[in-house]
Design a protein around this ligand. Structure first.
Ligand code: SAH
Ligand code: F3S
Length: 483
């Protein structure tokens, strides 16, 4: 897939920068790998460290502190980080006082082992321990290594106002849940990010208000599993059944949260990610249909088109139920776009299972997708119970087949936009031409068009007259009524 569509891999390993705070003398170099949740966590970390006298820098040689927010989702993600650590090591020889910290999922997975395996590392901090950074920094300043990988029942950083890193000033992510309880057998996330908990809706609304005040135009509500959002006064999702009757009666679910956001900020565009088919309710779809400012796009990972494989993955639905869900959504929102995550070569996947994946894709014709060969992760239920028995060449071949099919579906979808006029929010300059803007339509497809007199942050109607499989090309025909 073209890079524009790879939401999860945007900003991989870039040095992240934010506005400088007056008077801050220390320099922080921070990079983030993996999902948007990690990028958003890096914004929380930068916010906490701004209070500790740090401003961001893009020059690693000048840094007092180097932080890398890591991803464990596949082996390759971890190898990338190991390579970066070698690079930091070379810099440390020039700048020996520089401290290096590892954050995020790899920190959580490897804990103290990191300090032994990678001598360069001074600091290891898991995703729920960022509030402890000021104390941990004191430890390393005193010459001791510091580790905090405690997972929390209620940490949501609700009251930490994230500073925006590498922001376009137009679109921002707001976390609404942390952790995941789904225990898909292949997935390391429940172990690295802990049990699922939701953030106080009041603090979510407050953060969106701050963004609206700064003229942001689009918010993506983020979580490993947003449909499972449930606020009942705080605490783990799994403890909801033990909550008081009044807490249960006044609980707020995802459909209600989305409705609140869309009502309160009618000029703001809303997106959300990621949805899980087993938790997605039609209430959410009705809320989407009701509000013009909720984008008509759902990232709805399926992982496999075979019911047998889905069962082995501990996904709580069959192939048929997933297809039914898509049908139900399209009945309510005919123009809704979908994207997928897919894994090829999961334990025991036969050629027939693979054909089921291809035929499910054919049924849905996703707008785009994120496709991966299965990578066994230590400690997961699959690693413990199921042999990783599909040879690498077969995984790769199946992956190539689904990528090729996805590309043809993406083209089918982009071609269907030709001749149509659609609202686009301008996010920035096109990567390929400084005479063109880029932005996305409600379905999340990238649209490129000549700049004319329009500005970043404008909502513009664009008539599309050409496309590739990843991008629409057209011309603005005027402002949309959302300006
Ligand atoms: N609910 C999450 C999913 C996180 S992981 C979210 O917010 O997106 C993102 C994707 O990585 C998964 O949907 C899955 O397709 C893929 N993935 C997870 N574990 C994997 C593994 N062990 N090997 C290959 N791909 C994996
Ligand atoms: Fe992972 Fe499944 Fe949760 S893919 S993040 S365990 S929904």
């Amino acid at each position: 897939m073209k890079s524009e569509n790879v939401i999860v891999e945007k900003n991989q390993g870039q040095a992240l920068v934010t506005e400088h705070k007056e008077g801050n003398k220390k320099k922080l170099y921070i990079e983030s790998y993996g999902c948007q949740m990690n990028l958003n966590d890096s914004e929380i970390v930068a916010s906490i460290l701004a209070e500790q006298g740090f401003n961001t820098t893009t020059k690693i040689e000048n840094a007092d502190l180097v932080l890398v927010n890591t991803c464990s989702i596949r082996d390759k993600a971890e190898q990338t980080v190991r390579k970066r650590l070698q690079k930091y090591n070379a810099v440390k020889r020039i700048n020996p006082t520089m401290k290096v910290g590892v954050l995020g999922c790899m920190a959580e997975r490897l804990k103290e082992k990191f300090l032994e395996e990678e001598k360069i590392v001074d600091l290891v901090v898991g995703p729920d321990a960022y509030r402890d950074l000021p104390n941990l920094l004191k430890e390393i300043d005193a010459g001791r290594d510091a580790v905090n990988v405690i997972l929390s029942k209620d940490e949501t950083y609700g009251d930490v106002s994230p500073v925006r890193l590498n922001s376009n000033g137009v679109s921002a992510f707001v976390s609404i849940t942390r952790g995941c309880d789904n225990m898909c057998t292949f997935c390391v996330v429940p172990f690295t990010r802990g049990r699922e908990r939701s953030r106080d809706p009041q603090s979510i609304i407050k953060e969106i208000q701050e963004l609206a005040d700064k003229n942001f135009k689009e918010i993506t509500l983020l979580g490993q599993n947003v449909d499972s959002f449930l606020w009942y006064g705080g605490g783990l999702k799994k403890d909801f059944k033990k909550a008081s009757d009044i807490a249960k009666a006044t609980a707020i679910d995802f459909a209600q949260l989305l409705d609140m956001c869309a009502n309160q900020f009618p000029k703001m565009r809303f997106r959300f990610s990621t949805s899980n088919p087993q938790d997605m309710s039609l209430d959410v779809i009705h809320v989407m249909a009701k509000h013009k400012n909720i984008c008509k796009y759902i990232h709805l990972p399926v992982q496999s088109g075979s019911t047998k494989v889905l069962k082995n993955m501990n996904r709580q639905h069959t192939r048929e139920e997933y297809m039914q869900l898509i049908d139900n959504i399209l009945e309510i929102i005919p123009e809704c776009a979908f994207s997928q995550d897919m894994i090829t070569g999961f334990c025991g996947e036969t050629e027939e299972d693979h054909q089921d994946t291809l035929s499910l894709m054919e049924y849905v014709k996703y707008d785009y997708g994120f496709m991966f060969a299965y990578s066994e992760r230590p400690g997961t239920p699959a690693a413990k119970k199921m042999p990783d028995d599909i040879p690498e060449e077969i995984k790769k071949r199946r992956l190539a087949e689904i990528i090729q099919l996805q590309r043809s579906h993406s083209l089918y979808r982009t071609q269907a936009f030709i001749g149509k006029t659609m609202e686009v929010l301008i996010e920035g300059e096109s990567k390929k031409s400084n005479l063109h803007w880029k932005g996305r339509n409600t379905q999340n497809t990238m649209v490129i068009f000549p700049k004319e007199h329009y500005k970043i942050g404008d909502f513009v109607n664009v008539k599309v007259d050409d496309c590739t499989s990843a991008t629409l090309l057209g011309n603005a025909v005027g402002y949309s009524d959302n300006n």
